[in-house]
Design a protein around this ligand. Structure first.
Ligand SMILES: C=C(OP(=O)(O)O)C(=O)O
Ligand SMILES: [Mg+2]
Length: 399
């Protein structure tokens, strides 16, 4: 019933104005799914390979599309994704591009859901999913690789952990974003916005901590539930010759661990992503030992949504949380496997967007389908609100 009839690929624009791959999957019974690949700026060294868009499309048309059309069922996600892997023939999708692979994988999932007449999260997660919603981590101030002349730390994230509903959480994050805009104006601090719509003021990290702490406290009082905040330190981007270089601050590994542990306690951080380099399993484990009982230490560039890297992390006790970005690994099945392995081992999953995004909403469904406790998908700007509004619709059973 869900046999794939046609796969169409095209180049479309992402939120940075770069080209990205969009896929349409049509089934013989009239099912339709469309999805587009996101794209990172602070990409991990061990991510699957994103090819130049025209190359990715040409290679996928040559190697993957003929194996899918008329042969594979869109409703059988494992078979779709195994076919993509077989068509590619490499570990890292360097033949057809992880951008083509993930677009086709997600489009097939949507076509499968369409034929079944079920929302995507239910097709992916089964009949018992849809009751739990992720806490959205909202990027409100940022810099690093996402904005020039701004904070050295890549992302300051609002974390409305006490919100009674996903809708309240989404609105609270937007309130924190607005409050920071007001505070910056009051202080005559000019601020552009970074790739994800977060404020990108030309201030030090220390000033940004005070700014975010004040905004979070104000909004917490207004909404009446607990809002914490967290960070994506994207430390692999700042690791040079064995040292962490954040603006004028240079720290050894031990100093970086002390610094982050101090921040966790001073600001009661709920979440710290990539506080250390992408190869620093041991240092991750040391930091997790020190503060893992009171905060999430999340691996993004460390784990790159890769089951093998996560297995190594579990063995060493590195982190207690994994960022899940389907395009880092290339297919939805791989992303599912990483989430399931994480859950079985007490690691929290944070389903995530990329800094370059489209209006695609697949990750909202993936988070609900897997009961992921967190989603990181921005705060404002259309390509971010597309996912947030989809979460609200899912909660409202309005799909
Ligand atoms: C979303 C992120 O940025 P990018 O997509 O640039 O890797 C991140 O580092 O978590
Ligand atoms: Mg990150």
């Amino acid at each position: 019933m869900t046999r794939i009839e046609t796969v169409r690929l095209r180049a479309v624009l992402d939120s940075r104005g770069n080209k990205t791959v969009e896929a349409d999957v049509l089934t013989e019974s009239g099912g339709f799914g469309r999805a587009a690949a996101p794209s990172g700026a602070s990409t991990g060294e061990y991510e699957a390979i994103e090819l130049p868009v025209n190359e990715a499309i040409a290679a996928a048309r040559e190697h993957a599309v003929p194996r899918l059309e008329g042969r594979v069922y869109a409703g059988d996600q494992r078979e779709v994704d195994e076919t993509l892997r077989a068509a590619d023939g490499t570990e890292d999708f360097s033949e057809i591009g992880a951008n083509s692979a993930v677009a086709i994988s997600m489009a097939a999932a949507k076509a499968g859901a369409d034929v079944l007449g079920a929302p995507l999260y239910q097709h992916l997660g089964g009949a018992f999913r849809g009751g739990n919603f992720p806490v959205p981590l909202g990027n409100v101030v940022g810099g690093g690789e996402h904005a020039q002349e701004a904070t050295a730390i890549q992302e300051f994230l609002a974390a409305p952990v006490g919100a009674p509903s996903v809708k309240d959480a989404v609105f609270a994050n937007a309130q924190v974003h607005a409050e920071i805009g007001d505070l910056l104006e009051e202080r005559d601090t000019p601020a552009a916005k970074g790739d994800e719509g977060a404020w990108a003021p030309p201030i030090s990290d220390a000033d940004a901590f005070e700014l975010v702490a004040e905004a979070v406290e104000t909004v917490e009082d207004e909404v009446g539930f607990e809002i914490k905040f967290g960070l994506d330190m994207a430390a692999a981007e700042t690791f040079e010759d064995g040292e962490y270089v954040y603006g004028d601050e240079v720290r050894s590994t031990e100093e970086q661990i002390d610094y982050v542990a101090g921040l966790v306690d001073e600001y009661d951080l709920a979440y710290v992503e990539d506080p250390l380099d992408e190869d620093a399993y041991e240092a991750f484990a040391e930091l997790t030992d020190r503060v893992g009982d009171r905060t999430l230490i999340c691996g993004d560039d460390l784990f790159v949504t890769n089951v093998e890297r996560l297995e190594d992390g579990i063995e060493e006790g590195a982190g207690n949380s994994i960022l899940i970005k389907p395009n880092q690994i290339g297919t939805l099945s791989d992303a599912f496997d990483a989430i399931e392995l994480a859950t079985r081992n007490g690691y929290e999953s944070v389903v995530s967007h990329r800094s370059g995004e489209t209006e695609d909403t697949t990750i909202a469904h993936l988070a609900v389908a897997t009961d992921a406790p967190f989603i990181k998908t921005g705060t404002v700007q259309g390509e971010r609100t597309a996912k947030l509004n989809e979460l609200i619709r899912i909660a409202d059973e309005a799909l």
